[in-house]
Design a protein around this ligand. Structure first.
Ligand SMILES: Nc1ncnc2c1ncn2[C@@H]1O[C@H](COP(=O)(O)OP(=O)(O)OP(=O)(O)O)[C@@H](O)[C@H]1O
Ligand SMILES: [Mg+2]
Length: 256
């Protein structure tokens, strides 16, 4: 459902994405992980049409990102690293505005807004300006805004960051529901335990390149050492092994 082929992105000479090829299968929750600065947000920003790629081909739901960006935008739900909420609106106004942009029928929209605010425990804050919300409340509202039009693809940069455990579980339940209804979900996260537990598949990006991809259920069977046939015990172990330079493994602070 998401097909990326030979994608590169340069920011003023800095190669952030380097000839990246990746397929995210339909009806899956796909974890996209990697160190700070690896290129995760850059990839998401390209997929959402926020920034243009330098090279490469991207297709979502069969639509070409360069040619059919409007068709794509109608069918995706997005949380970017910077939330981009209209903070001068109240939470309820924000959801109504987003719903109108997607041309959701008025009665259906009002029902969805009420239920969604209640689900995310935001009803008591619905008439407050978003600029007065806590970080977690803003994230929940951003999530609600991203799903209100029932998108076929969800692209979410750190959807769980700043969110309390109860809301985390709720977000996971909703994402599972979307997946079970046939949607494709791409999330970034630094919580590797959570990704291993929650996602169907994972890819590790390092310095703009994919260095590992697997179904999460197969991770503990991956061979770590060909000679001893030792296997990896967790996604964290694979991540650190594949993304840490040898000399960095020995670094410390000598003054401590
Ligand atoms: N607007 C920009 N202008 C110039 N360089 C940028 C810009 N955005 C990102 N970069 C650079 O591109 C590289 C990839 O950044 P990106 O934000 O995609 O990383 P990330 O994997 O999302 O990291 P994090 O885990 O910290 O969110 C980094 O070297 C970053 O400094
Ligand atoms: Mg990022």
């Amino acid at each position: 459902m998401i097909k990326i082929n030979g994608l590169s992105k340069k920011y003023n000479g800095l190669l952030a994405i380097d000839n990246l090829t990746l397929t995210v299968p339909e009806r899956s929750i796909f974890g996209y992980v990697g160190p700070n600065g690896a290129g995760k947000s850059t990839t998401i920003n390209i997929l959402t049409g926020m920034i243009l790629p330098t090279e490469g081909e991207v297709k979502l739901l069969g639509y070409d990102l360069r040619k059919d960006s409007i068709e794509i935008k109608k069918r995706i739900g997005v949380i970017l690293e910077v939330l981009n909420l209209f903070e001068g609106l109240t939470g309820e106004e924000h959801l109504r505005f987003v719903g109108k942009v997607y041309k959701i029928d008025k009665n259906i929209l009002e029902k969805r807004i009420k239920e969604t605010l209640d689900f995310f425990d935001l009803t008591s804050a619905k008439d407050r300006l978003i600029e007065t919300y806590s970080q977690g409340m803003k994230k929940k509202l951003a999530f609600a805004s991203a799903i209100i039009h029932k998108p076929k693809i969800l692209l979410m940069d750190e959807p769980f960051e700043n969110v309390d455990p109860i809301s985390r579980k709720k977000i996971k339940d909703i994402l599972n529901k979307f997946r079970n209804n046939g949607s494709t979900i791409l999330i970034t996260s630094h919580s590797l335990v959570e990704v291993e537990d929650f996602c169907d598949e994972v890819a590790i990006i390092n310095k703009g390149e994919i260095v590992f991809q697997s179904a999460t259920k197969d991770i503990r069977h991956k061979i770590k050492n060909e000679i001893t046939q030792e296997t990896y015990q967790s996604l964290e172990e694979i991540f650190i092994d594949l993304t840490t330079e040898k000399e960095d493994k020995e670094k410390t602070l000598s003054w401590l």
